[in-house]
Ligand binder design. Structure first.
Ligand code: NAP
Ligand code: GLV
Length: 314
């Protein structure tokens, strides 16, 4: 079996690892082995951020293994045929990192670190900060999937009251979280989210979901954490919500345009913390193992984990 390989940023180590784990397969490096020999024998591809022409002239292509949790960029890929199966990573070490990221943002809000940082810049000893109890700091997690559910569970284990919102009904793994689903439950969910964490996939239903209307449903002074995708957020609506005090701050990891353009107003905003799409990174060994297991499962006629439903877009 021939597999075409392109993972942006790989210095060759990940490719080598795939070759070690799949000795019976020809793994072709798109970067160094073009023009491709026998492209008609290529039945699968392993990718992260493949170039626009990557999938052209691959008549036997059946599966694409995404080296990522989100597959929005693949579903919109200009040369990927619609009948090719997409298989993504589930967790692969990202859930724990995402939980740490959400906890960092939550503590920034809860302990009023933004206010303290501003006071430090003015060399001012501001010690009249309100003590916000953990049990009174209510967190809402948008998305209860491979990442959202674990993030919510870990925050709940830290003692925060957590609500989780998804498309279909989900059970609370620890029996303590409030699980809500569907549009009707959104007002209740928002009203209980002083800290809002977005871990939705990017689909037509979720594009622009972090907008003025949603912000107006949050408690006044709420804090936004967005490690989902940049297009979930309406940038101007965030700026307006911060200006009006409806939101007190935001921790953002993803942006409509990445890298975030140098002149974007988010860079210098005193109430916005920016990280460059590093909230959670798939762990190499776990990701390779998961993709290899899935390739072998499909070869044995079994269903892989992480099969993307093209209809729902995730
Ligand atoms: P997932 O397992 O597919 O979970 C998605 C969750 O969102 C599910 O609970 C799903 O509901 C819910 N959902 C989807 N559409 C919805 C809608 N229209 N209304 C309400 N709920 C909806 O995804 P994941 O693996 O947790 O990853 C989530 C996202 O995180 C990825 O798609 C990616 O964009 C982002 N991500 C970012 C980074 C980073 O470093 N910044 C790293 C990894 C991933 P159901 O449970 O009902 O299906
Ligand atoms: C990263 O953003 C991913 O989707 O894995």
């Amino acid at each position: 079996m021939s597999i075409l390989y392109y993972c942006k940023g790989d210095d060759g180590q990940v490719l080598q690892s795939f070759r070690q784990h799949l000795p019976g397969h020809r793994i072709i490096d798109w970067n160094s082995e073009r023009p491709l020999t026998a492209p008609e024998q290529i039945t699968a591809a392993i990718v992260w951020m493949p170039p626009d022409e990557f999938f052209e002239n691959l008549p036997a292509l059946k599966q694409v293994y995404a080296f990522s949790a989100g597959v929005d960029q693949l579903l919109q890929h200009p040369s990927l045929p619609k009948d090719v199966a997409i298989i993504r990573l589930l967790d692969a070490g990202m859930a724990l990192q995402m939980a740490e990221y959400a906890l960092y943002g939550t503590l920034h809000f809860q302990r009023q670190m933004g206010l303290l940082r501003k006071a430090q810049a003015r060399h001012e000893w501001v010690c009249e900060v309100k003590a916000n109890a953990t049990a009174d700091t209510r967190i809402g997690v948008l998305g209860a999937g491979a990442l959202g559910l674990q993030v919510a569970t870990r925050l709940s284990l830290n003692g925060y009251p957590v609500s989780c919102w998804s498309r279909s009904a989900r059970q609370s793994p620890d029996g303590r979280m409030t699980m809500l689903h569907g549009d009707e439950a959104m007002p209740e969910f928002l009203a209980n989210s002083q800290v809002l964490v977005c871990l939705l996939p990017m689909t037509e239903a979720t594009r622009g979901i972090l907008n003025q209307q949603l912000f107006s449903g949050l408690p006044r002074g709420a804090f936004l954490i967005n490690p989902g995708r940049g297009d979930h957020l309406v940038d101007d609506d965030l700026l307006s919500a911060l200006a009006s005090g409806q939101l007190s701050g935001a921790l953002l990891d993803v942006f409509s345009v990445e890298p975030l353009p140098e002149d974007h107003p988010f860079w210098d905003h005193p109430d916005i913390l920016i990280t460059p799409h590093v909230a959670a990174q798939s762990l190499e060994e776990e990701s390779v193992r998961q993709i290899v297991d899935n390739i072998e499962a499909i070869e044995r006629g079994k269903l892989p984990s992480g099969l993307v439903d093209r209809q729902s877009g995730y």
